[in-house]
Ligand binder design. Structure first.
Ligand code: AMP
Ligand code: MG
Length: 409
């Protein structure tokens, strides 16, 4: 089988993760922590809610006073607003006006909504389907108890988690340090930024693609983006400089079998231990991975733009997420029907750049026609990839396939 001499995709991922240790931690203000990865659990510092509170604007009552869900009660003076504490308990046969978020007065155990009440001077007529204890009341400690774990470590601080952290007074939180990633694009054909390419020369697309991916991730800092020609000594110098200032180094190009593909041997010359070279995937077969003595991850990605983006998203990012402290190195797989049948030309696992479409009220994945792994324009609409596993060639229209969203990564 063609895959014999190559590493399977899952094995490649396992090897990357097995070599990866999370970076250190730091304590930072909550307002700077959006999107960062939590390194400690967020615990409830008191009951949630901390007091029984009204869930509606209405009337606080004793449910026993409205046995059939209705009755007329004498109103107490005043109104309880959110933030107020009632000075006196609610007596039998009485009701008190209360707004959403206010603590129930002592003695009250239910709330009748304003819409279900009619005021008549000192009295209020109240009716509801039923008025059982706890009706429209968010009971003290019904969400969580003091000391409960509200959020586990290894997860990013999303907006709902920021709300939780703030609510329990976690104004300084322990997060994993952002990881510093150095980008090196290689190739004699690449012209410097801003230069007009002469014949046979091209502009660098992979450096900007990597930067665009990393800029969107709050747990990554770009530790330099360098371009170097296919020259062993210059490359070695650039690799050494990058290893000095990063937790991971990402190289583009020079990992295949060409006469000037110097990346693998140069990395080894710089003390980077090769873990694997060549993976049974298309695009991206020349993928190279190694680790420096200090634990810096080094990814040698093929220079073809489609191969580069696929191997960066589908392999390198899993290692970077683990290094950044994520408990799950990969976001969840989506499973969607294929919009059109597809026949692979090879046994290898194939990643097809794809978009999502709506068809007959459901979401389907449509592979983008493109002109091979050099066709970066053909994949400019890609929202992710369809994953066609090894061992099978034919995939039918409507068949459920795994889709990896590139916005979830
Ligand atoms: P390589 O992996 O170095 O053999 O390059 C494979 C193909 O990708 C060649 O056609 C290169 O010109 C092209 N390529 C390499 N690096 C880049 C880059 N940074 N941006 C765009 N194309 C590239
Ligand atoms: Mg090259």
């Amino acid at each position: 089988m063609t895959t014999n001499s190559l590493h399977l995709y899952e094995e490649t991922l396992r090897s990357v993760l097995a070599e990866t240790r999370p970076a250190g931690t730091e304590r930072i203000p909550l307002e700077e922590a959006a999107g960062r990865v939590l390194a400690e659990p967020i615990l409830a510092d008191r009951s949630l809610p901390p007091f029984a509170r009204s869930e509606r604007d209405g009337w606080a009552v004793r449910s026993a006073d409205l046995p059939a869900g209705e009755g007329t009660l004498r109103r107490e003076e005043g109104v309880l607003h959110a933030g107020d504490v009632s000075a006196k308990p609610l007596g039998r046969g009485r009701c008190m006006r209360i707004m959403t978020g206010a603590p129930l007065p002592q003695g009250a155990d239910a709330v009748v909504m304003i819409e279900h009440a009619r005021e008549r001077g000192e009295f209020v007529d109240l009716h509801d389907k039923e008025v059982a204890p706890s009706r429209h009341v968010h009971g003290e400690g019904t969400d969580a108890r003091r000391g409960d774990v509200l959020v586990l470590p290894g997860l990013p601080l999303t907006p709902p988690r920021a709300a939780v952290a703030a609510s329990v007074g976690a104004s300084l939180i322990l997060v994993y340090k952002s990881i510093r990633v150095a980008i090196i694009t290689t190739g004699d054909e690449l012209v410097p930024d801003g230069a007009v390419p002469g014949p046979a020369r091209i502009r660098d697309g992979n450096g900007p693609a990597a930067r665009a991916i990393f800029h969107a991730l709050p747990w990554i800092e770009i530790a330099g983006a360098r371009t170097v020609g296919d020259d062993e000594d210059r490359l070695a110098e650039t690799v050494r400089a990058s290893l000095e200032c990063s937790d991971a180094v990402l190289l583009s190009g020079g990992v295949s079998m060409g006469d000037r593909d110097f990346v693998p041997r140069t990395l080894e010359r710089c003390g980077v231990r090769r873990i694997l070279h060549k993976t049974a995937i298309r695009p991206g077969k020349p993928f190279w991975f190694g680790v420096s003595p200090g634990g810096i991850l080094v990814f040698g990605l093929p220079g073809n733009p489609v191969s580069f983006q696929v191997t960066l998203r589908e392999i390198a990012l899993a290692g970077l997420r683990r290094k950044a402290g994520f408990s799950k190195p990969r976001p969840i797989d989506l499973r969607l029907p294929l919009r059109s049948g597809f026949e692979k030309a090879i046994e290898l696992r194939q990643f097809l750049p794809a978009i999502l479409e709506e068809e007959d009220g459901r979401t389907v994945a449509e592979a983008l026609a493109h002109n091979g792994s050099g066709d970066f324009a053909g994949i400019s609409r890609a929202e992710g990839v369809v994953v066609l596993p090894e061992g099978r060639r034919r995939f039918e229209k409507g068949e459920m396939v795994v889709f990896h969203s590139w916005s979830l990564r």
